[in-house]
Design a binder for this molecule. Structure first.
Ligand code: FAD
Length: 286
């Protein structure tokens, strides 16, 4: 665990719903999730502002409930002026934590042409330049390496740029191989990177959805897990039970190995994450 931040951080990620009905449903899920008092909720943001309205609405609603919230801010395709506007908007709402990302532009929005930022380290530097230490800045890390990184060494050097630009902590892409996480932490330590690197945890509830996400983001589903999930076919109850046990063991190993917290990708569903939270005996998880 990092000497800089000895208190483990348990946080929950949401995405902005696309319709008013889903927003209403999400409010109910948040109320249930909030019973375990996570350190904060984060809310994703579509690069190029594609979810701007939904992210704003979700963040504002959370803030009105007095809940600590970390909006994600993805910079690709945005101008400095647009990012500054977001920073001011969040600061006015009393937000002091952000997840700073490059993002991936949705297909059809052009390869980032017209934006002022190419990589997340430039965003982190810009936030620091314009807002000093107001925001605690989380950045992304990749135990299985980012799919566009030339080599693992280059990916790590690029991660270091984000830390040097002023990131306070990192959240990882999800993974199911604990050794990949421990190896990343070790390599970071060898490079003098000592910010907390919090594992991102994706509950397993639906095989085809997980396979689709994993293909898109470069996260590996180990063969033995994939084969078991394939074997369950449409049997969602067995998929969920097996998935729960796999992810529970993963979280236990990570925490026993010194991970400085866990960040759950809730997929806007309280059930799978709360079951993990409680079975792990995390704080507030009565
Ligand atoms: P970067 O750190 O900029 O890295 C992107 C790639 O460029 C890597 O291959 C890196 O090695 C390389 N690179 C970095 N800096 C340089 C440099 N200076 N020179 C050359 N190469 C460089 N996406 C969204 O759109 N919205 C979200 O809300 C969102 N939330 C996320 C939350 C978490 C915790 C994680 C792990 C990912 C999230 N993503 C989100 C996905 C993320 O935006 C993508 O993985 C994206 O492809 C990379 O973003 P990054 O911030 O890691 O980029």
């Amino acid at each position: 665990m990092s000497p800089q931040d000895p208190t483990p951080t348990y946080s929950l990620e949401l995405f902005p719903p696309k319709t008013a009905e889903r927003m209403e449903r999400l409010k109910g899920e948040i109320a249930t999730l909030n019973t375990v008092a996570p350190r904060y909720f984060s809310v994703t943001y579509g690069a190029g502002g594609s979810t701007r309205k939904g992210t704003f609405e979700t963040v504002s609603w959370l803030r009105r409930q007095g809940i600590d919230t970390a909006p994600h801010l993805a910079c690709i395709g945005s101008t400095q002026g647009e990012v500054l506007e977001l920073l001011e908007h969040y600061r006015e709402q009393g937000i002091d934590r952000l997840v700073a990302l490059r993002g991936d532009l949705p297909s059809g929005m052009g390869g980032g042409i017209g934006g002022d930022f190419r990589y997340a380290n430039e965003l982190v530097a810009f936030i620091r330049e314009r807002t000093g230490d107001h925001f605690r800045i989380e950045v992304a890390a990749y135990p299985e390496y980012h799919p566009q990184s030339g080599t693992p060494d280059r990916d790590l050097a690029n991660f270091k740029r984000k830390v040097e630009a002023g990131a306070d902590a990192a959240i990882t892409q999800y993974f199911y191989n604990a050794d990949a996480y421990f190896a990343l932490v070790e390599r970071c330590q060898a490079l003098g990177i000592d910010i907390p690197i919090v594992p991102g945890i994706m509950p397993i509830t639906n095989h085809s959805q997980l396979a689709r996400f994993s293909d898109a983001c470069g996260a590996e589903i180990p063969r033995w897990i994939r084969r078991r999930l394939e074997g369950f076919g449409d049997d969602l109850a067995s998929t969920r039970e097996f998935g729960h046990q796999v992810v529970l063991q993963l979280c236990r190993r990570l925490l026993e190995g010194g991970a400085p917290g866990l960040h759950f990708y809730t997929m806007n569903q309280s059930g799978p994450t709360l079951r993990l939270w409680r079975d792990l005996g995390l704080p507030g998880g009565a």
